[in-house]
Design a protein around this ligand. Structure first.
Ligand SMILES: [Zn+2]
Ligand SMILES: [Zn+2]
Length: 243
């Protein structure tokens, strides 16, 4: 059977060789980008914000950024392997909107190094049912499943529900983003299972942190002890992190 499956794999690789998802060049390994596109991805390194992972400048170690000091988030920490730039945006949009589910293992391979210690349950940021209906899958749940299997942590996509279809957040300022998300999420019948648990919330991008904050507040109100957040990428404001 093993021979057959590796033969099948080789045959598939021969007939449909893996391609770089950014430029469509043939690559030797699946679930990766080619050598030319690799430098276009910006991985987050030290120094970064010790709370929200935004890259910092003019400091020599991780410390809270000015935004986190001024408006401390409800979640404990947000982790992300990458800065949200045009290249990762292209991949994430494809993953979300154009049947790009095959990109999941690549995102997972970058995110798995950022799973915090002592997580009791993985919870994906939910889609409203209408969006789920048109998309057929929740991209955060698909990555969450890979992370859960790898780290042997249970995942439960049913604990947190989105009860309000929120409008796009892109053009809104911080205050209206929070207002827009007020009461957007709900924990109903799983309250007992959440009691005193450490939750890892999964989403694709952390932008202002408003969505993660609203989810974290709902989960804490329902009895969770601590919420960490893990996303593929972290958006960075032009002036963010500069002193
Ligand atoms: Zn490429
Ligand atoms: Zn921060």
């Amino acid at each position: 059977m093993i021979i057959k499956s590796s033969f099948t794999k080789s045959l598939i690789n021969f007939l449909l060789p893996p391609q770089c998802p950014l430029c469509q060049e043939i690559v030797t390994e699946p679930h990766t980008v080619c050598g030319i596109c690799w430098p276009k991805l910006k991985f987050i390194t030290i120094p970064k914000c010790s709370i929200c992972s935004v890259p910092l400048e003019n400091v020599d170690r991780d410390m809270p950024c000015t935004d986190c000091l001024r408006y401390p988030p409800v979640f404990s920490r947000a982790y992300a392997p990458l800065v949200y730039n045009d290249s990762i945006k292209k991949l994430i949009l494809r993953y979300k909107n154009y049947d790009g589910l095959h990109l999941g293992p690549m995102f997972f391979s970058w995110m798995r190094h950022h799973i915090p210690e002592n997580v009791d349950v993985i919870i994906p940021v939910p889609l409203h049912w209408k969006r789920f209906f048109t998309r057929q899958y929740n991209q955060a749940n698909e990555i969450g499943k890979l992370l859960a299997k790898h780290a042997k942590i249970p995942i439960n996509p049913n604990i947190l529900k989105r009860q309000k279809a929120t409008a796009s957040q892109g053009h809104k300022n911080k205050l209206s983003r929070y207002e827009n998300l007020k009461d957007a999420f709900l924990v109903d019948k799983y309250k007992n299972t959440l009691s005193k648990t450490n939750v890892l919330l999964i989403d694709d991008v952390l932008t202002s942190g408003a969505t993660a904050n609203a989810c974290a507040q709902t989960l804490l109100d329902a009895g969770a002890a601590k919420i960490d957040v893990l996303t593929i990428a972290r958006a960075v404001k032009e002036t963010h992190g500069k002193s």
